[in-house]
Design a protein around this ligand. Sequence first.
Ligand code: SF4
Length: 362
Amino acid sequence: MFGAEEYGVDLEISTTDVDRLVDVTPSDVEPTDELSFARNVFVPLTTACRYTCTYCTYYDPPGAASLLSPDEIREICERGAAAGCTEALFTFGDDPDDRYVEIHERLAEWGHDSIHSYLREACEIALDCGLLPHSNPGDQTREQMEIVADVNASMGVMLETTAEVQAHGGPRAKEPGQRLATIATAGELGMPFTTGILVGIGETMCDRAESLLAIQELHERYGHIQEIIVQPVVPNDRWRDESPDLETIRRVTAMARVALSPEISIQSPPNLAPVEDLLDCGVDDFGGVSPVTDDHINPEYAWPALRELEEIAQSADVPLVERLPVHERYVSEEWISSRIEAAIEAEDSAGRRYRSLLGNAA
Ligand code: SF4
């Protein structure tokens, strides 16, 4: 199903469940009693990407793509740590292919034969600065994920959609089956994981329901999904279409709440979605918000200040709590490495123990 078998993943989604989910409305869900966020720094490790999604301004073509040096990574992480961040969010394109000759040459100069080997060094730098790494390196094989698993508190990749859409088209199309395989691999390796759907890239309501049910099925198998993002596509230099309308994003957010187990957070990105109008649709998390760096994936859409998030939470009459990039139920040797557990026990630059942020959004 969805081409996932090609990658060794079996999924069974019934049309009855899809139909049931498509009928969900916001009145079918309870509003949250708490909103959470994580304080992060964005570290755009490389803008090289083997794909060319038509809504994406993050990737740069061969010859123009950037690769942060170890010194640049350290500078960003130190700035983040000094500002009280807990998370280093490593963003990628997706495994740079052979067209990115300069990227591979630079990696070789720095002693690395792959972007994952370099990501491991980057995560070590973040840990050294007192931040918990959360990496989003796109599709990954088991071998690639194993290289970085023990130096990440959690990892993620957007499923976006199980549908074959034109927005992923062209000679280098991203495949839903491969994304599902990456999510399944994270489960097999016991990696706390974040995923989500991108709304408005040509998928139907049934596709959205199938995508959410596919994520839920993988969570039932492995128990590793800590949050899912319901993200509307937004206009930018490469995507001229509109965002989905409010009614659609409200329905899809409610669908996510109904489809996913209650322990999975439903995240709405406050710089991209009309979060004030989604608080009665099951949203309980704002995701990573950075006091020091831009959203490099959506640079035209600035983060709101934390004060604005507090005001939004107040308007819903619920507390706003800070959380870590790994939720409390995963803080055990079954899920995270001893290095990550030690980092959680350590104090940050302000003398605060990260452990004190557990219990929030767990
Ligand atoms: S959305 Fe992700 S996979 Fe697609 S082109 Fe952008 S960086 Fe690459």
